[in-house]
Design a protein around this ligand. Structure first.
Ligand SMILES: [Mg+2]
Length: 106
């Protein structure tokens, strides 16, 4: 996880260098949130392909290797957003896992 978060920080720097950054942090957060929505939509599309639930014209463009790629996009984009909002995602995941485990250990 630490290696991934270090890479995400580096990727954030690269994205800001290549595409710039909104001076207003709220706008930057909204932009990252919209991007997450876009990536989630792409994942949904690949899930539909996977289940053969797309239109025939779209199914012709289906590539099996796109599904894991879109899962990765959603995770990376989520981590970029969390970092922008100064969320300690490692702690958030640990806390959430603990909560879920406790819920079922009763
Ligand atoms: Mg994508």
């Amino acid at each position: 996880m630490k290696k991934l978060l270090k890479w995400v920080k580096k990727e954030n720097g690269r994205l800001e260098k290549d595409h710039g950054r909104y001076p207003d942090q709220d706008k930057q957060i909204f932009a990252r949130t919209i991007k997450l929505g876009e990536e989630f939509g792409e994942l949904c599309q690949e899930v539909l392909f996977h289940s053969s639930r797309q239109r025939k014209s779209k199914m012709d463009k289906f590539k099996k290797e796109n599904l894991p790629d879109e899962f990765a996009d959603v995770l990376i984009t989520t981590l970029l957003l969390a970092q922008e909002m100064n969320i300690d995602i490692e702690k958030a995941l640990e806390d959430k896992i603990k909560k879920i485990d406790e819920r079922y250990e009763k």
